[in-house]
Write a protein that binds this ligand. Structure first.
Ligand code: ABN
Length: 175
């Protein structure tokens, strides 16, 4: 037998003596489970945040309507309509704006003034799911309904499916 063959056989037999089938299956199971669970770890969500679509804003893209950091979104909770075929203040085609809303007050970083903002839900299509954004500045508990953002305002619409949320500036808040 060739030298290489003998060396390979000897090292394979030595490896087989040192390891058991059960041990090998245990390690293999651990590796497979770890691989499956990896996407669920917080690392994945952290990367999404760096891509400009955080769950809550981080103050970096205050002028970008497709970013949760956009200044008008300071009290929004939902999918941004700007990422769903609409704009920051208009619903995507095929959806209807909810007539009842929740109201927030956001400070415009460019002029330092406070603006009243209406957060309307867009209704009539299944959830868009893009650019999910949850910011809660000056939000009030649910018993102050019009100041709480965790409500499906499509409930008053004929078609109560929630699709996404817009933010409409109503005016400057007076001091
Ligand atoms: N107003 C946004 C929203 C819709 C459905 C459920 C919770 C929050």
């Amino acid at each position: 037998m060739q030298l290489l063959d003998r060396l390979t056989e000897r090292s394979s037999r030595a490896l087989a003596r040192r390891t058991s089938r059960r041990g090998f299956l245990g390690v293999l199971g651990g590796v497979l489970t770890g691989t499956l669970l990896l996407p669920l770890l917080p690392i994945a969500r952290g990367q999404q945040a760096q891509a400009g679509m955080p769950e809550g804003g981080n103050g970096k893209n205050v002028d970008d309507p497709m970013s949760c950091d956009y200044w008008k979104y300071c009290a929004i909770d939902g999918a941004l309509c700007a990422c769903c075929g609409g704009t920051s203040h208009s619903c995507p085609p095929g959806t209807q704006q909810s007539p009842i809303t929740w109201i927030g007050t956001c400070q415009n970083p460019h002029d330092g003034r406070d603006y009243m903002v209406s957060y309307n839900d867009c209704c009539g299509k299944t959830s868009c799911g893009n650019c999910s954004c949850n910011r809660n500045e000056r939000e009030k508990p649910i018993y102050r309904l019009a100041r709480n953002n965790d409500v499906n305002w499509c409930m008053a619409n004929g078609e109560s499916n929630y699709h996404c949320s817009v933010s409409v500036v109503l005016g400057v808040a007076s001091k």
